[in-house]
Design a protein around this ligand. Structure first.
Ligand code: MSP
Length: 502
């Protein structure tokens, strides 16, 4: 079974902020988890270059759009690398192979009879790259971008979206989990049920974009160009394979309509299968406003990585907001979780456990015979509950399940009190068991956490003298191997002086 997951391809009109990092991290958690389960995975991300706003920013800087895009693309390419996101390919919509594929895709729809020419006039928001109706505006402005749309009037090629209403409704009817969470599927379905208007897939007034194959005086509407990346990449990415289609798409609610309505219709028109599934997550907000460049309230993920390390950012992304919902975030809560959860719950547990093994057992860990009690049951529950939650894209819920286990291990230390057991030779066996179970619990926690905090998980396994293999089947009670030379581990998440960084 293969697991092909995508993130949106981000606009290069500015640099990445924490909202972009958020989706990429969530996607990486899912992909890594499926890899742990032994599945073949393919993880695609990249950039969307042919937006009018990109041409504008380039002009402001006195550059040709392509020149500008070439300069900024490396910054975006660096984002997954810095996030430790294990991507298979980074697509740019200016890739020649992508452009050729888009032209072929459009030609198929044209040949299928779903494209016609018409004049269109309307209000256009450059931020959304979409026409707006009066009803969608507040005080004449696009809410999302806080700016007035522009009047555009031109002869365009139109896609017969209206012809797909019935098939789309059937799709939503027959596949209740086509779009998740369910309330997002309802949103898409009611939009479709409300009636679909054909939309223009070309722009005559622009030159920045992919030429329409049968009429090169027009360029392709950026959204059609961009959506097709999910298919085109499979035809030329190293390791890509068209048979990986259909994909699972991850995106935020801002681009629900394009993905959940336009995209399946375009695919049907082109003779392709619709996506396997779409998961639509919410917004990270600061002071109740979406974090976005156009609103000017951005947090740079690279700053947080520099200060706290990439795993702290990955952990927080999964934990701070229930994945799927909107949520307010703050740097204070970031710090607080770093100290309390990563530093104390997890970091201290490893420090204490390794220090006790070093001190009371001369750094040696011996395997135990016999079945375990509560911790064995808990590990078995972890083994099945985490995949079940992640199959529902419940990244936050799965992490909470893992954290309950980490808390249980902390309670286990307090209950077994190895430091007391160490005082009396008569309780040597009990001490051995208590320390083994702690090490074993930490090893299981590390495997469960690997998808979230891969570097940390590997450090834990190494500190306990265990193989660096995160295969899910190894998450089981009592699979910890005998080891020697265990030393007190360095703190996983050292304290950071808040006054120095404020
Ligand atoms: N280029 C289009 C997408 C084309 S996909 C075929 C685009 N780009 S974007 O740069 O604006 O990125 C939007 C996406 O970035 C969102 O759907 C979401 O994945 C992510 N986010 C940007 N800001 C975000 C938040 N404040 N909160 C959560 N996700 C955010 O749209």
């Amino acid at each position: 079974m293969s697991y092909y997951l995508t993130t949106p391809i981000y606009y290069v009109n500015s640099t990445p902020h924490i909202g972009h990092a958020y989706t990429t991290i969530a996607a990486d958690i899912l992909v890594r988890h499926h890899r742990q389960r032994g599945e073949e995975t393919f993880f695609l991300t990249g950039v969307d270059e042919h937006a009018a706003s990109v041409a504008r920013v380039a002009a402001e800087q006195g550059l040709e759009p392509q020149e500008y895009a070439d300069r900024i693309a490396p910054v975006w390419r660096d984002l997954p690398r810095r996030l430790n996101a294990s991507i298979d390919f980074f697509i740019r919509t200016s890739d020649e192979d992508h452009k050729a594929f888009v032209q072929d895709f459009l030609q198929r729809i044209y040949d299928h009879g779903d494209i016609y020419q018409d004049v269109y006039a309307g209000l256009y928001c450059v931020g959304c790259e979409a026409f707006k109706t009066e009803a969608e505006l507040v005080d004449g402005k696009c809410q999302q971008h806080d700016r007035e749309p522009e009047w555009i009037e031109e002869k365009n090629y139109f896609f017969r979206l209206s012809a797909y209403q019935g098939r789309l409704l059937e799709l939503y009817e027959s596949r209740p989990d086509f779009v998740l969470p369910a309330f997002r599927a309802n949103e898409a379905r009611s939009f479709i049920a409300g009636g679909l208007q054909d939309f223009s897939i070309s722009r005559a007034s622009q030159t920045w974009g992919i030429p329409i194959p049968w009429d090169p005086d027009h360029v392709t509407y950026v959204w059609v160009d961009a959506l097709v990346n999910y298919l085109s990449a499979l035809t030329y990415a190293p390791g890509g394979d068209p048979r990986l289609w259909p994909a699972r798409h991850l995106l935020a609610k801002d681009i629900l309509r394009f993905h959940c309505v336009y995209w399946p219709a375009l695919l049907l028109a082109g003779g392709y299968d619709v996506p396997r599934q779409l998961f639509v997550h919410g917004y990270l907000n600061l002071d109740d406003r979406k974090i976005s460049k156009s609103l000017g309230n951005v947090i740079d993920p690279l700053d947080l990585i520099e200060e706290y390390g990439v795993d702290a950012l990955r952990f927080w992304s999964a934990r701070s907001v229930s994945f799927g919902q909107d949520g307010n975030v703050s740097l204070d809560s970031f710090r607080e979780r770093y100290e309390r959860e990563l530093g104390n719950d997890l970091g201290n547990l490893l420090s204490r456990t390794t220090a006790m093994i070093a001190r009371y057992r001369n750094g040696e860990l011996t395997t135990l015979a016999g079945a375990g009690g509560e911790l064995a049951e808990h590990a078995a529950a972890l083994h099945s509950d985490v995949p079940a939650a992640l199959d529902r894209y419940d990244i936050t819920g799965a992490l909470e399940t893992i954290w309950e286990y980490v808390r249980a291990l902390n309670r286990h230390v307090e209950q077994t009190k190895p430091w007391e057991l160490a005082k009396d030779e008569a309780t040597a066996d009990e001490l051995e068991k208590a320390l083994y179970e702690l090490a074993d619990g930490l090893r299981n926690a590390a495997i469960a956490l690997w998808a979230y905090v891969p570097e940390t998980a590997e450090r834990i396994l190494e500190a306990l003298g265990q193989p660096a293999d995160p295969a899910w089947e190894r998450l089981t009670y009592g699979a910890t191997e005998a080891a020697a030379g265990i030393e007190p581990a360095e703190p996983l998440f050292p304290r950071i002086d808040a006054t120095a960084t404020a």
